[in-house]
Write a protein that binds this ligand. Structure first.
Ligand code: GTP
Length: 598
């Protein structure tokens, strides 16, 4: 393969700006996916992604493309995830590219993640090709958005392409520009093998599948390889490319992108960022490896039926095979029994994992309210990382509690700036900067406690800006705050799974709101239920649920047996998600209520 005819690139964009649609159109226009097998959003592999409209797992496609000059090129399109939680995954796929298409929605303009993605691409020294998408829409404002790209980002737009990923307009021109402006890879075919792993996942039939880009040398089917970080050796059993289905190939040279299978049993043996080399002639310069990402949001996951504990463990192990950013360890809760403490990159990541556990592995779950990681400075000088409020040491042992802060960048139209500032202030934010991207769009920069975002920040931001604000954030440091543990007691017993850490100024308000909410979601029982919120020994709120015998079929006078059965089934369904707390049955909603209490 002539290295000069290879182009390795990604598409980067703010969420919903049309990255997947553009990828589909490229596959179609280059003839890789014909009309018949054309499925919308081919690159969004999983059903779940399709439903949510976001990409979780990066997938690479090799596209032969015959250019107008008559030469056939190989385009390696590397699909990247688009959500704020997954910026690490974007970063690792970009490492395998030489260029990136920066897609900006012509009806929207530059958003927070447009900018964040540009920074990532610049970090990797990529050639950035700006693309203005959705020009078929009457509301498209190309001039305004081009100005935003020029002035807001400082990107040269002289080679910008105007496209409609939907109709395909402009896409042929874009393909020509990819050839012209994105540099071909560099690499030495005679140097020792050096390949970068930029993605890997577990496949039940073949074990770990590794996606890599060859930097130097050649990789050949049947050869032995060495993983630099683990020192483990493997034989390459399968070598190939996705085009878009898996196609077997005998060898891949510098600049090429492909996959391999080598009987690798565990994902940790094929870490993203690791270097593949030849055991007898190793590369002298392996990659330094990628930073290890730390989960920032934690919650407890418990099987509703204790008999499903092993199933849940199996499912988490399986998911982890494909998601190295997912963390879990066994945990026991007085209230919920045996389960797992799980760590996630962010809230969306958490939601996706929960949904997959339930949908793909059919495990019924109870999830506790998410928590961030706190640093507890103890009186004896030691520092403890606490990711579970119920594990907070007693107040007498605590010198200070530090909480993670994020730097948040919010892009918002002029008219909603006031609302956004109000929201950030309410969330204990510290204003850092406000500047104009253009005359009508503003960038607001705040530092906020991460815990305040974990609750309902995204939803609130959406509603106060009518959906026009976009955000990006990163955790910057830990700062001391006046924090206390808020306990929930049901009939006198503290429910460990409902404990939260809150700012002292908000504790009373939150305790009351919480008790009220729980009252609404915990069904009446045969006896009185008392819900209390407490800080230490001090009760700050109390609610009471009067006893009642619940007879769900009471409404069905007469003999409609099917309706009766339906109601009973429904009740059974509801029961499934209950947990016995002492003698009180508490539904899943109660745990969500802890999350939503405002
Ligand atoms: P994520 O994968 O969630 O990051 O989104 P994305 O950037 O891949 O966006 P996607 O391709 O899913 O497009 C978002 C929405 O915009 C979809 O409803 C598309 O049908 C629509 N869309 C994308 N491109 C165009 C276009 O050129 N014109 C019009 N009218 N709609 C488009």
């Amino acid at each position: 393969m002539d290295i000069k005819k290879i182009r390795n690139f990604s598409i980067i964009a703010h969420i919903d700006h049309g990255k997947s649609t553009l990828a589909d159109r490229i596959l179609e226009i280059t003839g890789l996916v014909g009309e018949r097998e054309k499925k919308d959003q081919y690159l969004d592999k999983m059903d779940l992604e399709r439903e949510r409209g976001i990409t979780i797992k990066a997938q690479t496609v090799r596209i032969p493309y015959k250019s107008k000059d008559g030469t056939t090129y190989i385009l390696n399109l590397i699909d990247t995830p688009g959500h704020v939680d997954f910026s690490y995954e974007v970063s690792r796929s970009l490492a395998a590219c030489d260029g990136a298409l920066l897609v900006v929605d012509a009806t929207q303009g530059v958003e927070a993640q447009t900018l964040a993605n540009v920074y990532l691409a610049l970090d990797h020294d990529l050639e950035i090709l700006p693309v203005l998408n959705k020009i078929d829409l009457p509301s498209a404002e190309p001039e305004r958005v081009i100005e935003e790209i020029e002035e807001g980002i400082g990107l040269d737009t002289s080679n910008i392409t105007l496209v409609s990923a939907k109709t395909g307009e402009g896409v042929p021109e874009l393909l020509e520009k990819i050839i012209k402006f994105i540099p071909s890879p560099k690499g030495d075919p005679n140097a020792p093998l050096k390949a970068l792993i930029f993605d890997s996942w577990y496949d039940p039939y073949v074990g770990v599948v590794v996606l890599f880009r060859v930097i130097d040398g050649t990789i050949v089917k049947g050869q032995d390889i060495l993983m630099c970080s683990t020192g483990k050796k493997y034989e390459v059993i399968r070598l190939g490319v996705f085009s878009p289905e898996a196609v077997d190939i005998n060898q891949l040279g510098p600049g090429e992108v492909g996959f391999l299978c080598a009987n690798i049993k565990e994902l940790k043996d094929a870490r993203v960022g690791d270097t593949i080399t030849h055991p007898k002639k190793p590369t002298p310069k392996p990659f330094p490896g990628f930073k290890k990402i730390k989960p920032m949001v934690f919650c407890g996951l418990y099987p509703v039926d204790p008999g499903e504990y092993e199933d849940l463990k199996f499912a988490l192990e399986k998911l982890q095979l494909n998601d190295s950013s997912l963390f879990f360890e066994a945990e026991t809760s007085q209230a919920l029994g045996f389960g797992f403490r799980c760590g996630f990159l962010g809230l969306l990541h958490m939601e996706i994992v929960q949904e997959r556990l339930e949908r793909e592995f059919k495990v019924n779950l109870i999830a506790t309210a998410p928590s961030v990681v706190y640093q507890v400075v103890k009186v004896d000088g030691t520092i403890l990382e606490v990711d579970n409020p119920s594990k907070l040491p007693p107040p007498v042992e605590i010198e200070a509690i530090k909480e993670p802060f994020v730097k948040m960048e919010i892009h918002v139209p002029n008219e909603y700036v006031g609302n956004v500032l109000k929201l950030c202030e309410e969330k204990r934010g510290i204003q850092k900067d406000i500047r104009y991207l253009t005359t009508s769009r503003v960038i607001v920069i705040y530092e906020l406690p991460f815990a305040e975002i974990v609750y309902d920040f995204f939803d609130r931001l959406k509603s106060v800006s009518r959906g026009f604000a976009s955000l990006d954030y990163e955790v910057i440091d830990f700062r001391p705050s006046n924090l206390v543990k808020l306990d929930i007691l049901i009939n006198g017993s503290p429910v460990d799974a409902m404990a939260t850490i809150v700012h002292r100024d908000k504790a009373y308000y939150k305790g009351r709101a919480l008790a009220l909410r729980l009252k609404k979601v915990i069904p009446r029982q045969l006896f009185e239920v008392v819900i209390q919120a407490a800080i230490g020994n001090k009760i700050i709120a109390r609610e009471r649920i009067a006893p009642l015998r619940k007879n769900v079929t009471a409404k069905c006078y007469g003999g409609d047996i099917t309706r009766k059965r339906k109601l009973l089934e429904k009740q059974k369904e509801g029961k499934k998600r209950m947990k016995q707390m002492g003698n009180v049955e508490v539904p899943q909603e109660a745990f969500l209520a802890v999350l939503k209490a405002e």
